[in-house]
Ligand binder design. Structure first.
Ligand SMILES: *Cc1c(COP(=O)(O)O)cnc(C)c1O
Length: 470
């Protein structure tokens, strides 16, 4: 479908106003101001249109969130109905609202059995701030007031608030604003390509998990409150851990009685072919962070699934937990989530990713590894990534990377973006997280598009003289 939008939008005028007044997240405004932002104006299914009428295949589901695709009238209808009935009420002073109650019940039903309570927030970052306060409160109530340290991982992403960015392991974020705050320490990530040389994947998974035990012993087990991790790291570059990693992490947490927090803001709501990825990685977290896919991004909503171990203590012994947001349990956001979940169920989108389109994406995406620029391509459910390398070897640990200062990933992203494909660059790793509604035919279309853009990138960097030795 092509739509003519050019006459409807004055792109240059919008860009000018954008530059004049709008500060974007994670953006160098000097650089953006020179080019002007691309103006997105419409979405339908897996496609977006910009103000110039260009159609774009959204390989990133917006920002890992539009799981049911764009243009769902039933969600906008549900939102509209709720806005007409009760656009807002808080849940602070012994009050509640129907959509929040129904959603808390629904989430308890679709999550692993140890989860029977939900704490709502406005975003994933706020949910992780909630986690930080909640786990410390849990140990305080039990009388372990020393147990406040949270262990996280380098190159993890847990949001952009002070606690979220501190829990996260992004050095660029820590460098701004005096982070991390005290009481948060980091261990290495289970990145086989980066650190697994000389080991099988299985051996490396155990090795990477052992870093948690080392850190616990270094800090002192009696001071450690919790460990937090994304089942599959998203913003860090779709880092898929070895199968041995998470069960070993669970064993170590159990051994020392440490709470386990699974940040499923990306992995939840079908992204990996399950309601929650914890189910497939063999872990029983005490807390699960969610956001993004819970409403498919149509309206902001986040929260924490609170497992019985923590809920029992906070509810039966904790008294008042002095924490909450104006928009905790926002009725309109909860109505959007209920309809989003209904769609996921009715259209069996999660089963489809698990049994049909997920395996098909895996097969088709792996084929890209034969491209001269691609040194490694892997996927899990509906996330996938490939590494752009200068020279390929049989053992991926022997691939020769580009000088990171060249920014080959950004060059590639530019060719994708300029040719109707949204694929994100994390260094020289190119990643996707497509909407779960994507069909086999659309996967074929996407792979063809990616391959064409890889060819363009290859020709481009060859011309720049970056493929030394050819
Ligand atoms: C996006 C993200 C967050 C932060 O969510 P916001 O809604 O942007 O605050 C937290 N954790 C993970 C794993 C994420 O991907």
């Amino acid at each position: 479908m092509t739509i003519q939008l050019k006459e409807l939008y004055d792109t240059a005028a919008i860009q000018k106003l954008d530059t004049a007044h709008y500060m974007h997240p994670f953006t160098d405004h000097q650089a953006l101001g020179e080019k002007g932002a691309r103006v997105m104006v419409r979405g339908e299914g897996i496609y977006l249109w910009d103000s110039e009428g260009n159609k774009i295949l959204d390989g990133m589901s917006g920002l890992w969130c539009v799981n049911v695709g764009y243009g769902r009238k039933s969600i906008s209808d549900a939102v509209y109905r709720q806005m007409e009935t009760l656009p807002f009420y808080n849940s602070f002073f012994n009050t509640t609202n129907v959509p929040a109650v129904l959603l808390a019940n629904k989430l308890s039903a679709i999550s692993p059995p140890q989860f029977n309570h939900v704490y709502f927030t406005g975003s994933g970052s706020e949910a992780n701030d909630t986690n930080l306060r909640m786990v410390r409160r849990y140990w305080d109530v039990l009388g372990f007031k020393e147990r406040h340290t949270i262990i996280s991982r380098h190159n993890s992403y847990h949001g952009s608030t002070v606690a979220g960015a501190s829990l996260g392991g992004m050095t660029d974020m820590h460098a701004q604003g005096g982070l991390p705050i005290p009481g948060i320490v980091h261990i290495g990530q289970p990145n086989y390509l980066e650190s697994g040389r000389g080991m099988t994947e299985a051996e490396f998974g155990i090795e990477a998990a052992s870093w948690l035990e080392q850190k616990i012993l270094e800090v002192g087990a009696e001071k450690v409150a919790a460990f937090i991790g994304e089942p599959v790291q998203g913003a860090g570059g779709v880092i898929i851990p070895p199968a041995t990693y998470w069960p070993e992490i669970q064993r170590i947490c159990d051994k020392y009685g440490i709470l386990l927090i699974a940040d499923e803001v990306i992995c939840g709501f079908g992204r990996l072919g399950r309601w929650f990825a914890s189910e497939m990685f063999g872990i029983r977290p005490d807390l699960i962070t969610f956001a993004k896919g819970v409403t498919s991004g149509y309206i902001p909503l986040g929260g924490v699934l609170v497992g019985d171990r923590v809920a029992d203590v906070l509810i039966k012994q904790g008294g008042e937990f002095n924490h909450g947001f104006t928009y905790s349990g926002h009725p309109v956001a909860c109505a959007a989530a209920l309809e989003n979940i209904r769609i996921l169920e009715e259209e069996k989108l999660i089963e489809r990713v698990a049994d049909d389109t997920g395996p098909y994406l895996k097969q088709r995406f792996a084929e890209l590894a034969d491209h001269p620029l691609v040194g490694y391509a892997d996927s899990c459910g509906f996330v996938a990534g490939l590494n752009l390398v200068r020279t390929k070897a049989d053992n991926p640990h022997d691939n020769v990377a580009f000088d990171s200062a060249l920014g080959v990933g950004m060059v590639c992203r530019g060719h994708m973006f300029g040719n109707g494909m949204i694929m994100r660059a994390v260094g020289d790793r190119m990643i996707i997280a497509p909407p779960l509604v994507m069909t086999r035919e659309q996967i074929d279309e996407m792979i063809t598009l990616i391959r064409r853009c890889l060819d363009l990138t290859h020709a481009d960097i060859k011309q720049r003289g970056w493929l030394q030795g050819e």
